[in-house]
Structure formats: C-alpha cells, structure tokens
Design a protein around this ligand. Structure first.
Ligand code: FE2
Length: 420
C-alpha cells in the first residue's frame, strides 16, 4: 500500500490563552479549519503531538524597525557616546558603503533572524533622504523575495525632514510611487515649527493621494515643547484617516506637563490613531542631556493603554549605530516596556503579549489575515511555555513558526542542569 497523501495537520493540546483549557487545531490547505477540544484525527492527517501543553500565539509583529541600518554596529566605527547624534555621524560614515546588493545581503540576514524568533510581519522605516533611493530599491526587491516567510511593510522615512532636506517632498512622493506602503515624517527634526506643521500637511496629502498609511517619527526628543503629536492627531481626525495613522516614539510626551496631556488625550482618543513605543532604544537614547535625575524617555504607554488607545512595541534598531544590542527577539521589548512603564501588575503582565502581537497587527492594518481563528491563514508560533506569563519571564524559545501551515522556523530550548 502506498503512503496516504497527507491532507492536513492536527495539532493536539495547545493553549491559546491564560487560564483556558488546551485545544486541538486542525490545519487544512494552509488555513485553520477547526479549533476545539478533543478533535479526532482524520485518515491521512498528520498528527502533531510533540508540542502538547505549549502556548500557541499568532506570529510576532515587529511594528517599528529600521532594516536599512541593521547589522552595521561597529562599522566603520562604534558609537562610543551612545547618543543619537553620534549614531547619525556613524551612519554618515557608513553610507559610502551602501549599494543595493550590500543592503539586500544585510537585510536578508536580519529578516531570517526575525523569522527565527517567530516574527512574520515587519514594518520597516527606510531612509528616503537619498537622491538615489538605494536602500528603498533594495528593500522593495527583497520584500518580494522573502514573501513566503515574511511580510514586510515599508514606510518612506525622511530621516532629515521633508522641508529641511533638498527635494524632501519630491523624494517622499517618488518613494510612495515606487511602492512604499506608508508615508513618514519627522516633524521634531524640521528646522522650524512652521516646517514641522507643513511637513505633516505634505505627508497627509501624499498619503491620501496614493492611498497609503502614515507612520510619523513624532517628537522623539526630550523637549517638552515638541508638539508634533497634536498636529498628527488632529489631521488623523479631520482627514478621516484615523487608524491608518501611527505616531512612533512620541517620547516628548513623557516630559509634557499633565495639564497639557489631559487636554491632548481628548484629541488622541478622537483621532483613533495608533502609537508605537520602542522601549529599549527609547531608554538608551533618551535622557542624554539631563543632569541627574535623568528622565525616562518612553511615551505614556500605561495611560494611553488605559484610555483604550492602541499601542504596540517595536525594536527600532537592530545592532546598528543607535542600538549596539538587539537580537530581533520581541520579548525583550515587552520586558523593557513593562519595567519602564511601571506596568508589572498581574493583569498587565498577562496581557502584555498584545504589544507585539494583536496591537501591533492593528497598527500594521493586517485585518482578518491575522489571528488564530477558523477560516484564517494558519500562521502561528508555538512557544516553550504553557502561558505568556512564563514565556515572558523565562524568555521561552519559539519552538515552531508556521506560515500557511508550513513550518518556516524552529528552535530547540536550551538545556539547563543543576547538579546539586
Ligand atoms: Fe525609529
């Protein structure tokens, strides 16, 4: 008798959430067909029982990273002060080495590192203040080449400004035409307050013209007078773009006075927009000009979350001049974010995986394509823990990562022995 054709897979006894009983998951033709307890194997179905008792989650989502600069730390030299500005200087010294092939080779390594940690969706910002748009063209090409295991969303990011860089608006428009998914801006880095507001107007106009999302590097500075956020929120509200708009960083909000924040919160809620904090890098780069005491430089994640506003966590930088550490493990962002944000209450810990899963998926507008539910694409990860609390605490290995029912990455947990 010939071997029967495998028609699908049945994963037995996986936990989907804290405190609930484990369930079986049936995957057929790359989709979740059935989810529930005690499903009976069908003839020819592959039964997967070696992850029984483990936690299954939708894949991790990296909602803010700069892939164009990744894996360049120490080349041509290290950022010794660790400041944003020396980082920019190091990057300027690296730029002569940039070619399309060089960028593709590096980013290819980075996305495989991400995949090994259970990430399947990435939003990358790509510097488009480059007359040749070398990095953008490289990552647009790579986006197609890695589609089978990674979705890459590209933000056209004007690192030096839209109005404070020669032909900035033109380059932004060109990047959107070439295929970037979202328009970026950097209002706090523009030369003047007027440029700051006008750059946001241009960003919104272009995004609407080409039907793109928006993700603004917004108020990433410890200057309490940096108020780009109120303009972003107001435009998101007035244009009706709402949750198509994201404000990344907003670290100045940490330093805003509370009277202002109370007023600001109203339009933030009305806008329906998303926020991304980058806990590790925000802590590393922030507070640098303070004498003691030094400010924490992360946006108000706790208060935004309590107001029902969507917040996710990103890595920002991955082993580059702005972050000499980083291994593309989203758990590290949650860990740092909870400590920095005073969010270690039991419920806050239990719910914290949303910052790098469902909340981040909302920011990326993944819609129904994301989540473990019958009819959806069978994209999920299995962690070496029974629940998220333990996964976070013990930095659980991502045992398996499945994409449309296909295994795309796997790892074995480290063994530890105590001999007494
Ligand atoms: Fe960033």
């Amino acid at each position: 008798m010939g071997k029967e054709k495998v028609s699908g897979m049945l994963f037995q006894n996986l936990y989907l959430s804290e405190g609930n009983e484990p369930v079986d998951i049936r995957v057929t033709d790359g989709k979740f067909e059935e989810i529930g307890p005690g499903l009976q194997p069908r003839p020819g179905e592959e039964v997967v029982s070696d992850c029984a008792g483990k936690l299954a989650l939708p894949p991790f989502v990296e909602s803010h990273v700069h892939l164009d600069t990744c894996l360049t730390a120490g080349r041509p030299r290290w950022n010794l002060t660790g400041t944003l500005f020396e980082g920019i200087q190091c990057w300027e010294e690296y730029k002569p080495f940039l070619t399309k092939e060089e960028v593709k080779e590096r980013v290819n390594r980075a996305v495989r590192l991400q995949a090994s940690n259970g990430i399947q969706y990435v939003r990358t910002h790509v510097d488009i203040n480059d007359p040749k748009l070398t990095a953008l063209e490289a990552i647009l090409e790579l986006r197609e080449e890695v589609r089978d295991f990674m979705d890459i969303q590209i933000v056209a990011f004007p690192q030096y400004g839209i109005l404070s860089y020669p032909r900035g608006a033109e380059l932004l428009e060109q990047a959107l035409k070439l295929g970037a998914d979202a328009a970026g801006a950097i209002p706090h880095f523009e030369f003047t307050r007027e440029y700051s507001v006008e750059s946001l107007n241009i960003c919104f106009e272009l995004a609407q013209k080409y039907g793109k999302l928006i993700d603004v590097h917004c108020d990433e500075i410890d200057d309490e007078a940096s108020r780009g956020l109120e303009t972003v929120a107001t435009r998101a509200y007035e244009t009706g773009m709402r949750d198509m708009v994201t404000a990344s960083h907003t670290t100045a909000m940490h330093s805003y006075n509370n009277a202002y924040v109370i007023r600001l919160m109203r339009i933030l809620k009305m806008s329906g927009m998303n926020f991304v904090a980058n806990p590790c890098v925000n802590m590393h780069l922030g507070g640098r000009v303070d004498p003691y005491p030094k400010r924490r430089s992360m946006t108000r994640v706790k208060e935004l979350t309590e107001e029902g506003i969507n917040v996710s966590f990103g890595s920002d930088d991955l082993f580059d001049p702005w972050n000499p550490l980083g291994n593309a493990n989203m758990r590290d962002q949650v860990f740092m974010g909870l400590y920095t944000g005073h969010m270690l209450g039991y419920e806050e810990i239990v719910n914290s995986c949303r910052f790098v899963t469902t909340n981040a998926a909302r920011t990326l507008h993944l819609g129904d394509a994301y989540g473990i539910r019958p009819g959806g694409e069978a994209n999920f990860v299995v962690l070496d823990a029974k629940d998220w609390y333990d996964a976070l605490n013990y930095d659980a290995a991502v045992l398996r990562s499945y994409r449309r029912g296909r295994l795309i990455a796997a790892s074995k947990p480290a063994e530890k022995h105590v001999y007494f």
